[in-house]
Design a protein around this ligand. Structure first.
Ligand code: WTA
Length: 649
């Protein structure tokens, strides 16, 4: 990377041009080629995507139409049939990749396993038989609540192999949250483990599942992986150990082919109402988006060893631990535990130990590393690294510079990648060999992405002006609908600006066409890279017996990006106390998961409202951030509540 010096501390104005050396070896090494392909991809999407689908996917039956688009419903590659697991695993058998590591796993206690593509195929086939023998059929829903262990990937692929629809639930979700998801998608089978390792302790997954399953009539069977060997309760007739279920089973499995639009998975994410949204992704388009973007954005090479620190319970884990990487035949490094276990240099140690070449992580993690101190990094060489990635929130210039210098040794490009659970794959990222990187900018649109910045009326704004980011054309890996709720799909994504997909993010586009994301403009918070809906937190609080009313807002936080602050007014006769505040935090932990526990609970006699009774969130955000309340307060019903809230902390 060539580095013109001089920078101001507050703002990074430098751009980082790809070095000639990087450019020469890049999968896409010229701006002109990027521009040409991007123009083709948005102007003649059918040509572009038809060609990519034939080149990148293995089809059992060729597709007849590239795209059917009846706003807002897309169908890609109709008429075609394929098997997603075959596209991720079997395609590499009988090639030089057969004995290549598909997964290198390191558990938190230090146990290491390497699983080749051949072995992965055997594991997936075995589990596919187990599923079939249990009566799981194509289209049935299977929930996965596992730690970051290879079996989580095996379980996802075994579902894909038989056409079952997986829903992976992040290990931090509570019993209540699991129950809601299982009931919403009517899951038949749950796959979990006795526990997982996190900060030297066992996270007891099975006992959480047991509590969730008290009221989930659709669930017939629970497969339990032994990971931590802690005491658990096995329910006769319902629960079966993974190792017992697949003992002696066949290693080969004849896979059926499924339609391009066959559902692949549901992933629940937060929206602006209390109920999480079941984002539905289907087969061919999703896989193509994940595969093609991984190839270009991470500039994947045969010898790469790629480490993504996201949990498979989030979309990043789905697309860039599992599907996008395995479809490319890459070696994925998987780590089970916490980044500071036993010490804050665990990532750097593992990068050296396993000769990792690509690291994909989130700004919130980078800020933690910065806080833990450079010494932990400087103990290690990190000379195997060649590319770094960032995802989840805008990366500040300080964090970018630190990541570039301390981790990338001023040598590795940093690809910032903007996308969402709903988009399925990366939509905005500057391809590292094609164009200069601008710290803090998500970058240029990926192939097929027609992104625009519009004003409140949906009119495109001039370059350099802030507005809302929309995507005006369908793309292959877009969500198809929300599970059981197509009306919500239509209103949540296509309701604000008719005919175009609204991302929920504010952004601007600079004169060179780079997108700069400012963050969510809806009621979704981004806390340590976790998406949490304020309405979800409020719905959780509403079920607490002492709460009359509540409002959840975000406040800027130097470590987490945003911190969660809840304002609560209590029912008459209930007195405020520290114990009650703690109980409210625990209540949210029980209803959603401990990662959603608020950083601050503020209790007051009333919340600021308009005369028509609407809570004035803008004011609460200012109070939460410790700012003076500015702007129009003329519609406020009772000014004294503001003073009361400002005093309370
Ligand atoms: C935010 C995560 C700025 C954004 C893949 C988006 C980002 C939300 C970036 C989606 C980025 C993600 N720069 N903001 N590179 N990547 N976001 O569904 O607000 O968990 O709408 O998907 O994260 O979060 P989700």
């Amino acid at each position: 990377m060539s580095e013109p010096k001089i920078s101001s501390a507050a703002r990074e104005k430098r751009v980082f041009k790809p070095s000639a050396e990087f450019q020469r070896q890049a999968n896409l090494g010229s701006l002109a080629t990027y521009k040409k392909l991007h123009a083709e991809s948005v102007n003649s999407p059918e040509n572009f995507w038809g060609r990519q689908a034939n080149e990148h996917l293995i089809w059992r039956k060729p597709f007849s139409t590239v795209l059917n688009w009846k706003t807002p419903h897309a169908e890609w590659f109709k008429g075609g049939k394929l098997n997603v697991a075959e596209n991720c695993v079997d395609r590499h058998l009988g090639t030089v990749r057969e004995n290549k590591a598909a997964i290198i796993f390191e558990g938190e206690p230090g146990d290491v396993r390497t699983i080749t593509y051949k072995q992965l195929s055997m594991h997936v086939c075995r589990l596919a038989h187990v599923f079939e023998n249990m009566g799981v059929k194509a289209g049935d829903r299977v929930a996965i609540y596992l730690p970051m262990v290879p079996e989580a990937i095996v379980a996802m692929l075994a579902c894909a192999r038989i056409g079952a629809v997986h829903t992976v639930i992040f290990g931090g979700f509570s019993a209540e949250a699991i129950k809601d998801r299982l009931n919403d998608c009517q899951a038949k089978l749950v796959i979990t483990a006795d526990g997982g390792w996190r900060r030297g302790k066992v996270v007891e997954l099975k006992s959480v599942v047991d509590r969730a399953l008290e009221s989930t009539p659709s669930v017939e069977t629970v497969i339990v992986l032994k990971r931590t060997a802690n005491e658990i309760n096995m329910v006769e007739g319902r629960d079966i150990w993974w190792h017992d279920a697949w003992k002696g089973g066949p290693n080969q499995h004849k896979a059926k082919a499924f339609d391009s639009e066959h559902p692949l998975f549901i992933l629940y994410t937060s929206g602006s109402t209390g109920k999480p949204k079941g984002v539905l992704h289907t087969s061919a388009g999703y896989l193509l988006g994940a595969k093609l973007s991984a190839h270009y954005v991470f500039d994947l090479k045969e010898n790469d060893r790629y480490f993504c620190s996201a949990d498979i319970g989030w979309i990043t884990g789905h697309s860039y631990v599992v599907y996008g990487l395995l479809a490319n035949g890459s070696t994925v490094f998987l780590y089970e535990g916490a980044p500071n276990q036993p010490e804050p240099d665990r990532f750097w140690q593992m990068i050296d130990r396993h000769a990792i070449t690509i690291l994909y992580t989130a700004p919130t993690a980078i800020r933690s590393f910065m806080r833990w101190g450079d010494n932990y990094v400087l103990r290690h060489r990190l000379d195997s690294l060649r590319l770094l990635g960032s995802v989840g929130e805008p990366i500040s210039p300080e964090a970018w510079r630190w990541y570039h210098h301390m981790i990338g040794k001023d040598r590795c490009p940093i690809v910032d990648t903007w996308w969402q659970t709903e988009t399925g794959s990366i939509l905005i990222a500057t391809l590292p060999g094609a164009a200069p990187l601008k710290p803090g900018a998500a970058g240029l649109p990926f192939f097929g992405v027609a992104a625009k910045i519009v004003d409140e009326q949906g009119k495109e704004v001039p370059r350099g002006t802030d507005g809302k980011m929309v995507i005006t054309k369908p793309w292959p890996s877009m969500l198809r609908t929300l599970w059981n709720d197509d009306a919500r799909y239509q209103s949540a994504y296509f309701g604000d600006f008719p005919g175009v997909y609204f991302t929920g993010d504010g952004a601007k586009q600079d004169k060179d066409g780079y997108f700069w994301i400012s963050g969510r403009v809806d009621d979704v918070l981004n806390i340590s890279g976790h998406r949490i809906g304020t309405a979800e937190v409020e719905a959780a609080l509403a079920s607490h017996p002492s709460v009359a009313e509540s409002a959840a807002v975000g406040r800027p936080d130097s470590l987490k990006g945003q911190a969660l602050v809840v304002f609560v007014s209590l029912k008459t006769g209930v007195a405020t106390s520290d114990a009650l505040k703690e109980d409210l935090r625990s209540h949210i932990g029980r209803e959603i998961g401990s990662f959603a526990k608020p950083d601050s609970v503020r209790i007051a006699a009333g919340l600021p409202k308009t005369r028509s009774g609407k809570i004035m969130r803008r004011i609460l955000k200012e109070i939460a951030a410790g700012r003076e309340v500015k702007g129009d307060t003329s519609t406020l019903e009772d000014f004294s509540v503001i003073a009361a809230l400002q005093k309370e902390d």
